[in-house]
Design a protein around this ligand. Structure first.
Ligand code: GDP
Ligand code: MG
Length: 473
């Protein structure tokens, strides 16, 4: 009741889905830019974040849908995910920070393995999401209706195109059903349907129906619908969560060593204000890093952080924003951890402890028997997500050792202990999105320690399961 509607922060929205579904193109379409064609091989290599200001959001919606939205959020912060690292790193002390997600599915392809992985990540982090059923313009015979609402665009199509659309939609709804999810075209979900379901859910029953919005990232059909749906949903169901708070809440998404201006970190400021000159403590590989913010920059609104030479510099920035922080000694910062601002009344030692506590609690998640595989990941977010997967009843693989960063000789030596314990199958390193040094590889081969590598969770776990399986026979 007491939530201050006038003081909401921008929702943080992640774009997820399988490679080539059109995540980057969808963001391009929303912004009116063309990052996708400039990307090497069309594959997103870095995090792209875009701030869509309120006025723009309102215009896009009003122009096409002719509805007046009482906009309460200042804007929308959209984050493109290369693989799923940024989603995994958008965490704080074990919970997800992404307020909402768009899961992009190619209407011609349906659900693919990476879509399933996205679904599991979304479920694990309890992140609500909508589905963008993208590339509708690829339906044979589709008549382009630039930026039109999907209802209007669909009505302009021939009977054949409409039938083909329905056929594919039905198939994809069935595929979601196989994953245990109800879904439907967003305007076919009856008013009140989800409210009823939510009540049941509280009693432990099935979840609500997921909204599907058909889109084209090339010609813009369905984009206004998608934006309206996001805004309405946030303003109806997330007021509490989106109420702005003064206490700084800020998470490191990526650490970058740049030529020229040293090391920077890309962060998401969820709440509070950051200033140039603030003293901050960042979680480092070898311990807390105490440093001072030298510069704060953001992309221009509607541009993104990957587009060079478009930074805006700030003396201070208020949440929610995607920010590049330049400061000294950030080289060993751990992505996926929270940063702390040292206030005038804070005890630096206490802040340092707080900063390291989260990482330590993840690093301590080893099996009580001391028997299990060795897990190594690139960031705290990806490590935690992998540990969560390994722990699920369907997978259930115990872990005896944990590390962040490349696999070194010492990690192999630790995994080797399982051989002495007569647990040969556990003398294994699951290397998630990290490099294996040649030294480590050599020692592993010599001692019979297995190293499996992958940059997505499922293939990694499946390699290990296949190995265990053959090992047993
Ligand atoms: P991502 O890997 O999910 O980021 O996918 P991209 O945005 O890089 O898109 C992959 C390819 O699909 C590119 O060649 C895009 O031009 C194309 N594409 C994306 N969205 C659409 C769409 O709505 N319609 C059509 N026809 N092509 C699209
Ligand atoms: Mg992309």
């Amino acid at each position: 009741e007491k939530a201050d509607n006038e003081n909401l922060r921008s929702p943080i929205c992640c774009i997820m889905g399988h490679v080539d579904a059109g995540k980057t193109k969808l963001l391009d379409c929303i912004r009116g830019t063309n990052v996708q064609e400039g990307e090497a091989g069309g594959i997103t290599q870095q995090i792209g974040a875009t701030y869509l200001p309120g006025e723009n959001l309102r215009d896009r919606i009003n122009r096409e849908l002719k509805v007046h939205v009482g906009l309460k959020v200042p804007g929308l912060l959209l984050i493109d995910t290369p693989g799923h690292e940024s989603f995994m790193n958008l965490r704080s002390r074990g919970s997800g920070l992404c307020d909402i997600a768009i899961l992009v599915v190619d209407i011609m392809d349906g659900i693919k393995p990476q879509t399933v992985e996205s679904l599991k990540l979304l479920k694990m982090r309890k992140t609500p999401f909508i589905v963008a059923l993208n590339k509708v313009d690829r339906l044979y015979g589709w008549k382009t209706c630039h930026n039109a609402s999907i209802v209007k665009a669909k009505n302009q199509q021939s009977k054949d195109v409409q039938n083909e659309f329905e056929r594919r939609l039905t198939e994809i709804i069935a595929q979601f059903k196989e994953q245990g999810l109800n879904s439907n075209l967003y305007y076919r979900i009856k008013r009140g349907e989800n409210e009823e379901k939510r009540e049941k859910e509280e009693k432990g029953e099935r979840e609500e129906t997921i909204s599907i919005v058909p889109t084209s990232a090339i010609s813009g059909e369905g984009i206004p619908d998608m934006l309206l749906l996001l805004v309405k949903w946030c303003q109806r169901d997330m007021v509490e969560k989106l109420t702005y708070r003064d206490k700084v809440q800020c998470t490191v998404l990526e650490v970058k060593v740049n030529e020229g201006d040293g090391t920077t970190i890309d962060v998401v400021l969820v709440n509070g204000v950051l200033h140039e000159g603030d003293q901050i403590v960042v979680c480092g590989m070898q311990g807390p890093i105490v440093t001072t913010i030298r510069a704060l920059s953001t992309p221009h609104p509607l541009k993104e952080l990957r587009v060079k030479g478009t930074y805006l510099h700030h003396k201070e920035i208020k949440a929610a924003q995607f920010i590049k922080i330049a400061a000294q000694d950030l080289k060993n910062a751990v992505a996926g951890t929270d940063i702390y601002v040292v206030g005038p009344n804070d005890d630096l030692e206490v802040v340092k402890e707080l900063t390291m506590g989260d990482k330590e609690s993840v690093m301590n998640r080893i099996h009580r028997t001391g028997e299990g595989v060795y897990v190594q990941a690139s960031t705290l977010g990806s490590l935690e997500a992998l540990l969560d997967f390994l722990k699920t009843p369907a997978v259930n693989i115990p872990v005896s050792g944990i590390g962040i960063g490349p696999v070194h000789k010492k990690d192999v030596m630790r995994a080797r202990i399982m051989l002495e314990k007569k647990k040969k199958e556990y003398a294994t390193i699951l290397a998630f999105d990290v490099k294996v040094t040649p030294d480590a590889r050599g020692i592993a081969d010599k001692h019979g320690v297995r190293i499996f590598t992958a940059d997505t969770i499922y293939p990694l776990i499946n390699q290990f399961k296949a190995y265990i399986h053959t090992h047993k026979e």
